[in-house]
Design a protein around this ligand. Structure first.
Ligand code: UDP
Length: 312
C-alpha cells in the first residue's frame, strides 16, 4: 500500500486521481489551496480514513509528515481564462510550486510525476504533435504564463532527475474532459455544455476552424497509473488522437444534448493554438495504452453531470 501526495488534488483531474488511488487501496494526501479546485470534488472522499486533506499553496514551502512513495504534481490553473486572471500565481505554481514538490519528493525518496501539458507545444507547426517536437510558444503572450511555467517545470523535473537521480515522470496532458470540470471555468467543454443545456447560444471563438482532441478523464487516469508503473523519464503525451474543429465540436454538443441553441461567433483569443492533436505512439508502445471511451460516451457522462449541477 503506497502513500501518495497529489497537489491540486481537489481539482478536476486531481480529484479523479485521488479517487483512483483510494480505490486501489492506497493512502492519499490531497493538497490544494482551492484557487481553482473545489472542496465538493473531494467531499465524498473525506470520510475515508486513508484520505487526508491539506489546505496549502504549493508555491510556499511544502511540509508533509510521514512517508510518501509518490508525489504527483497537478496543482495549477488549467483554463486559459483562469491563468489570464491569475498570471503570477500560474507562473509561481509552475516554477516555485514544482521546485517545492520536487524537493519534497527528493526528501521522501518518492517517485515524482509532473502534470505537464500540450501547451508546451504552443501554437504547433507540426501535426500531430510528437514528444520530440520543441514547440512554438510566444513567451510574452497572454498564454505564455502557463506555457512557460510548464516548460520550466519540465526543465526542473529533468534537472532533478539528472542531477539528483530522482525517479521522475513527465506527462503532457492534452484536452481532457469529464464530470467535475468547473462549470464556469471558461474552457470549451463547460462553456458549450452549459450553453447548450441552458438554451443559450454556443460561443465559437474565431471561425471555429481551430482543432482540438478531447480525452475522457477515465482514459487519462488509466494512462497516468500505467506511466507510474514503467521506468521512463522523458515526456509522454496522453490524449485522444480523435481531432475535430471547434465548430464540429459545437455541433456535436448540440446534437448530443438535443439543444435548440444556435451558434454565434466571437473573436479568437490571442495565440489560440490553431491545431492540437497528440501523437500517442509512445504511450501505445511504452504503456500499452490508448483511449477507450468514445467522445459520444464520454460526453454523455459529462452531460449527465452538468445537467445535475444546473438543476442543483
Ligand atoms: N473556445 C470556443 N468557445 C468557448 C471556449 C473556447 O470556441 O466558449 C475555443 C478556444 O478558442 C480554443 C478551443 O475552444 O480554440 C479550446 O479552448 P479551451 O479554453 O477549452 O482550452 P485550450 O485548448 O485552448 O487550452
Amino acid at each position: 500500500m503506497a502513500r501518495v501526495l497529489i497537489t491540486g488534488g481537489a481539482g478536476f483531474i486531481g480529484s479523479h486521481l485521488c479517487e483512483s488511488f483510494l480505490r486501489r487501496g492506497d493512502e492519499v494526501v490531497c493538497m490544494d489551496n482551492f484557487s481553482t479546485g473545489n472542496r465538493e470534488n473531494v467531499a465524498a472522499l473525506s470520510s475515508n480514513p486513508r484520505f487526508a486533506m491539506i489546505d496549502h499553496n504549493v508555491s510556499d514551502y511544502i511540509e508533509v509528515d510521514g512517508r510518501l512513495e509518490a508525489v504527483l504534481h497537478f496543482a495549477s490553473p488549467a483554463s486559459p481564462v483562469d491563468y489570464l486572471e491569475m498570471p503570477i500565481q500560474t507562473l509561481k505554481v509552475g516554477s516555485l510550486g514544482t521546485h517545492n514538490a520536487l524537493g519534497l519528493a527528493k526528501a521522501k525518496q518518492a517517485k515524482f510525476l509532473l502534470a505537464s501539458t500540450s501547451e508546451v507545444y504552443g501554437d504547433p507547426l507540426v501535426r500531430p504533435q510528437r514528444e520530440d517536437y520543441w514547440g512554438n510558444v510566444n513567451p510574452i503572450g497572454p498564454r505564455g504564463v502557463y506555457d512557460e511555467a510548464k516548460r520550466f517545470a519540465e526543465a526542473m523535473t529533468m534537472a532533478y532527475h539528472r542531477f539528483h537521480g530522482l525517479n521522475t515522470r513527465i506527462v503532457r496532458i492534452f484536452n481532457t474532459y469529464g464530470p467535475r470540470m468547473r462549470m464556469r471555468d471558461g474552457r470549451v467543454v463547460p462553456n458549450f455544455l452549459t450553453q447548450a443545456l441552458e438554451g443559450a447560444p454556443l460561443t465559437v471563438y474565431g471561425k471555429g476552424t481551430q482543432t482540438r482532441s478531447f480525452c475522457y478523464i477515465d482514459d487519462l487516469v488509466r494512462g497516468l497509473h500505467r506511466l507510474l508503473e514503467v521506468e521512463h523519464h522523458l515526456p509522454v503525451n496522453l490524449g485522444n488522437p480523435r481531432e475535430m474543429t471547434v465548430l464540429e465540436f459545437a455541433k456535436k454538443i448540440i446534437e448530443l444534448t438535443g439543444s435548440a441553441s444556435e451558434i454565434v461567433f466571437h473573436p479568437l483569443p490571442q495565440d489560440d493554438p490553431q491545431v492540437r492533436q497528440p501523437d500517442i505512439s509512445k504511450a501505445r508502445e511504452l504503456l500499452g495504452w490508448e483511449p477507450e471511451v468514445s467522445l459520444e460516451e464520454g460526453l454523455r457522462q459529462t452531460i449527465r453531470f452538468f445537467t445535475e449541477k444546473l438543476r442543483a
